[in-house]
Ligand binder design. Structure first.
Ligand code: GLN
Length: 494
């Protein structure tokens, strides 16, 4: 097959899948093209592991299936390369979760999300950098170095799925997986000018996702368009009762089915708490313009209130560290990964292993978590946070009586400079204000590009839907992307 592969990386997943099906390009050529791009742009820091042999073997298998035309890949992802956030364990690639604790770790199995995509004939391109155990908002907490934003390499790509967002924005992969505990799909998607969706909590199996905060963690796709996200999400979701007890008993859905529904008459809730003082004027201007565009498309804007928005920061930063401190107890030098070289006895081995293996932010959260769960403080912090979490979820249910979807900014500012928050973890925490409420409520949320702000950095708009309304969110985003071309903008040099 001879084909000019020069612009393969500019194709969307949907376009690429069609070219593969029509045999205009082979899966092997496609994989080689993206592997070459990943290698040539290694300085972005997006990839943590590449294994050309494995990738090309998968691509060859996809080509055989494509040639036979016998694929059962209903979603038509056969031969499309996707890279995975390194929080998903994989048999054929190293799985580190961005931590020295798991440097060089090989899992005996694939995470369910990875396996489900593989079943559809998706070719794995490699593993993507992320904040250590997905804790962070800037990808600066990775033990393997930061990721650079392709729009301005002196800036953060966001976090914790920073490698995923940077790889997709720089066209090193047509799409990637991410995980979102408190915003880690939506915020990096926003910072890198791509589209990403976090489904309803429990939609995608958490089996094989290295656990951060189990009551919040959720997997989702990151790509350039809502249509691509719909294709991938359809393959990623579905019940997994034997392996994830919190997975929802809701059948996998074809999220592409209603992409083209009209948005005329759609009621878009605009929460006043998302447009207060803390919102930078450049971000506000882009989000306002997108809301106007929706009005042109026939939607109505409805003022709503999510009164407990501000409390989502303290609530999240109690609950997430509490769950993390428990989840991370498994890294003790015995079961997985790193073990200190020199120690005197078992307790000393635990201490030295954990002191060496974990980075500062992870240690900070383990300490906060252990503190809020400890006798005497449990009621004052953890239990209190759980109660407010319920109130935050109730706010959304009140709001959804008035509107079909909620729209607002993803983050208060565009991507900041790497190192820009210095050693101030609070500055990172505060920037999560608009993504945390939806996470605490377990609602589906997405980010899509709606313009540019200061420094010509991308601005994302967040869309939040009620439980299981992913198809609606993707439809609402797709209609916007049909009417505008922000999603097609491309960073210079890529
Ligand atoms: N920025 C948030 C945190 O640091 C969210 C991270 C995430 O969603 N994984 O915890």
């Amino acid at each position: 097959m001879t084909h000019n592969t020069a612009a393969l990386h500019d194709l969307t997943v949907a376009q690429l899948a069609a070219q593969l099906r029509e045999r205009k390009v082979s899966a092997v050529e496609t994989a080689q093209h993206f592997l070459a791009r990943a290698r040539a742009n290694a300085s972005l820091g997006a990839f943590l592991d590449i294994n050309e042999e494995v990738t090309l073997a998968q691509a060859r298998a996809a080509d055989v299936a494509l040639a036979a035309g016998t694929s059962s890949a209903a979603q038509g992802l056969l031969g499309v390369p996707v890279a995975h956030k390194d929080i998903f364990v994989t048999r054929d690639f190293v799985s580190t979760a961005g931590s020295k604790m798991l440097a060089g770790y090989r899992s005996p199995f694939d995470a369910t999300v990875v396996a489900k995509l593989a079943e559809q004939g998706v070719v794995t391109l490699g593993k993507l950098n992320c904040d250590e155990f997905a804790m962070g908002s800037a990808n600066e907490n990775s033990a393997f170095g930061p990721v650079h934003n392709p729009w301005d390499t002196t800036r953060t790509p966001g976090g914790s799925s920073g490698g995923s967002a940077a790889a997709v924005a720089a066209r090193l992969a047509p799409a990637a997986t991410g995980t979102d505990t408190g915003g880690s799909i939506r915020q990096p998607a926003s910072f890198c000018g791509i589209t990403g969706i976090k489904p309803t909590y429990g939609r995608a199996s958490r089996y094989g996702m290295v656990a951060f905060a189990s009551s919040l963690d959720q997997a989702g796709p990151m790509a350039r368009t809502a249509e691509d996200c719909a294709l991938l999400l359809s393959a990623m979701c579905g019940p997994d009762p034997d392996r994830d007890s919190t997975s929802l008993d809701v059948p996998a859905e074809d999220f592409t089915r209603s992409l083209n529904d009209g948005v005329s008459g759609l009621r878009i809730g605009v929460p006043k708490e998302f447009f207060g003082e803390g919102l930078a004027p450049d971000v506000r201007a882009a989000v306002d313009a997108a809301l106007k565009e929706y009005e042109k498309l026939g939607a109505t804007l409805v003022p709503i209130s999510l009164p407990h928005t501000e409390l989502s920061i303290p609530v999240y930063y109690v609950i997430a560290p509490a769950e993390a401190s428990s989840n991370l107890s498994r890294f003790d030098g015995v079961k997985f990964g790193h073990r200190a070289d020199k120690y005197t006895d078992l307790i000393d081995m635990y201490k030295k292993t954990r002191a060496e293996g974990f980075g500062d932010e992870v240690k900070r959260r383990i300490m906060i978590g252990a503190y809020v769960l400890s006798h005497g403080y449990y009621d004052a912090y953890y239990l209190q946070a759980q109660k407010i979490r319920r109130m935050i979820a109730d706010d959304f249910q009140q709001a959804f009586k008035l509107c079909d979807v909620i729209a607002g900014p993803v983050a208060p500012t565009v991507a900041w400079k790497l190192g820009g928050h210095g050693n101030d973890p609070l500055a990172d925490y505060l920037a999560d204000i608009f993504t945390l409420p939806g996470s605490l409520a377990g609602l589906p949320g997405m980010s899509m590009p709606v313009g540019f702000g200061a420094g010509h950095m991308p601005v994302g708009m967040q869309l939040i839907g009620n439980y299981l309304k992913e198809a609606k969110l993707l439809n609402v985003a797709h209609r916007f992307q049909q009417a505008t071309d922000w999603h097609a903008a491309k960073p210079e040099g890529f």
